[in-house]
Each structure stands twice: as C-alpha cells, then as structure tokens.
Design a protein around this ligand. Structure first.
Ligand code: FAD
Length: 287
C-alpha cells in the first residue's frame, strides 16, 4: 500500500472498555479554539500503520448528553504529532491487514477534520456498518463455497475402511448440512441486500452477520475434518480460511450482540420479521 492512497482506518475499539458497546469509549477530544485536542488509547485499528488517515471515535459531548449523541468522529491524518503506533498486534496468523494498538497524546487537528456533525459518530457508523456487514457476508459465501468444493472433491477421492468417504453416512451428512447452511446464508444475504436498498435492513443485516459467520466457520471446520491432517496444513487454503472465520464471529460486532439486536427488535415488533410481507406490516396494529 502506497501512503497517500485513500486507504482509511477506523478507530473505535479500546483495550480498557468493551468494544461491543461503543457508548463506553473513553478517548476524549476537547476544543481549543479552532482545534480538537485528542487523548486516548485504541487498539485493533486495522491498517492504521498503512492508512492515509484514521477516523477516530472521540467523546466530545458533556456527561449529560444522550448516550448515542456523545461521540464525534474526527479524521486524524497519518503522521500527526502525538499519534503513536504502539505495536502491530500479533494475532492467530495473518488477517487482511495489521491490527494496531494506537496511543493518541495531545493530538491536534483543525475542527474542519470533524466528520459529519458534532455528536454524530453513531449515525455515521450505522450508515457504514450495514453495507460493510453485508459485504462481509458476500465474501464469506465465496469462502464457504470454496471450502464446500474442496470437501466434496476430497470425499469423492479418499478411500478408507472399504469405501470412499463419499459413501459414508457421516460424511454425506456434512455435505448435506453444509449445502443447506450455505444456501440459507445466500438467501439471507440477498434479503439483507434488498432490505438495505429499500432503506432499512437492520434485522436482516444482523441475521446474516451472525448466521453467515457461523456457516463460514462450520463449513470450513467440516472441510478440514474431511481432509484429516492435510486439512490443517498450509498445502490447502483451509487453515487460513478457518482462522479468518474465527475472527468473523467477533469483528463488526460479536455474534451475541447481533442475536440480541434481532431478538430485541422482534420482541418489540414481531411484524418486523423478514418473512412478514410489507402489505401486512403496514396493516399491523403493532406498528
Ligand atoms: C480481525 C479484527 C479486525 C478488527 N478491526 C477493527 C478496526 O479496524 N477498528 C476498530 O475500532 N476495531 C476493530 N476490531 C475490534 C472489534 O470491533 C471488537 O473486537 C468488537 O467490537 C468486540 O469488542 P471487544 O473485543 O472489546 O470485546 P468485548 O466488547 O469485551 O466483548 C467480549 C465478548 O463478550 C460477549 N458479549 C459482548 N456483548 C455482549 C452482549 N450484549 N450479550 C452477550 N454477550 C456479549 C461476546 O462473547 C464478546 O465476544 C477488530 C477486531 C478483529 C477481531
């Protein structure tokens, strides 16, 4: 990556508070004339060491501000004095970029670096996260399908205990269950894309975020199992895909948070279920 390309990074997660609840963010930005002065500690900032800038979530509003209006997103260009890349965090093998721990000490940027409105960080994040999660789901489908192809090819070629793996009931169950799960994830992905395009896909995106990540994980896991020892070697892409799949259940919100979002919304309004058609939704007395 060439510095200066528009390659962004985003910093909201902090080591000292739960990243799954961004209302807890402690990094502060204070106004000093026409400048913001930022102090805080972030981690898991993917690509911060290569990015042209980092969009930093900062607490800017008074204590009594509504929880979802308390943070502002501020653009901090790479190389701004006071920004320290403490380390590239070592994780389970490679992912798509380095995850950096970043300390911000009296970092000064002009108020024109405010992204969107003051207090509007959550609004901006929500607008980005829906399509971002859908994009993950699309990539996961491709990976799950690749793992499925490898699993089928191996089942059709490996002979043990008197028959091909393809003839054994347990292995046939892996294949049938994987096929059902991948197809369900595909349909959830299409539905989330449709709902987002129509304006509100919160339930659909949350569904595919936790379901798609689980399908990815489980299909790769079965494909590794069918390959035996070969499955965990780097002769095949499966071990790398498996590590990535483990991350997918955490980044952009852990599974539990998305399941909770779905349950909360459907307990409040059962007609928000994706299978309820729009006409009956409009007619529903629960609205
Ligand atoms: C590969 C990868 C890339 C990432 N990239 C970025 C990035 O670019 N920028 C950035 O800012 N962050 C990034 N993150 C951080 C990520 O967003 C956070 O890890 C995530 O939001 C969870 O926060 P946490 O790690 O602090 O876990 P915590 O919030 O401490 O949660 C820990 C666990 O608690 C449980 N939990 C949490 N909430 C609930 C709940 N409501 N109900 C039940 N159980 C719950 C879950 O099991 C969860 O895994 C990345 C993470 C990974 C793994």
């Amino acid at each position: 990556m060439v510095r200066g390309e528009i390659y962004p990074s985003v910093a909201f997660t902090e080591p000292n508070v739960a990243g799954s609840d961004p209302t807890l963010i402690q990094t502060r930005a204070e106004r000093d004339g026409d400048m913001w002065v930022i102090n805080g500690h972030k981690w898991f900032v993917t690509g911060a060491d290569q990015a042209a800038y980092t969009a930093v979530f900062c607490r800017t509003e008074p204590k009594d501000a509504p929880r979802h209006r308390s943070q502002t997103m501020i653009i901090v260009p790479a190389g701004t004095p006071g920004v320290e890349i403490v380390r590239r965090i070592t994780t389970m093998g490679d992912t798509s970029g380095a995850h950096c721990e970043v300390r911000l000490t009296d970092v000064r940027v002009g108020v024109e670096h405010t992204l969107g409105e003051r207090g509007g960080a959550f609004t901006i994040a929500q607008a980005r996260l829906g399509p971002g999660r859908l994009f993950h789901a699309m990539r996961w489908l491709g990976q799950a399908e690749r793992a499925f192809e490898l699993m089928v090819a191996r089942a059709n070629s490996r002979f043990t205990h008197g028959s091909l793996l393809a003839d054994k009931g347990e292995i046939r169950r892996y294949i049938a269950e994987s096929a059902a799960e991948i197809q369900a994830a595909r349909l959830l992905t299409f539905d989330a894309a449709r709902a987002l395009a129509e304006g509100d896909g919160r339930v659909q995106v949350a569904l595919v975020k936790f379901w798609g990540a689980r399908v990815l994980h489980d299909v790769i896991d079965r494909a590794i199992q069918v390959h035996g020892a070969l499955g965990v070697t780097d002769d095949l892409p499966l071990e790398r895909m498996y590590r990535h799949a483990r991350y997918a259940r955490i980044y952009d919100g852990p599974d539990e948070v998305h399941r909770d979002a779905v349950a909360r919304q459907l307990l409040k309004d059962p007609s928000a279920a994706p299978w309820v058609d729009n006409d009956s939704r409009e007619a529903s007395p629960a609205q």
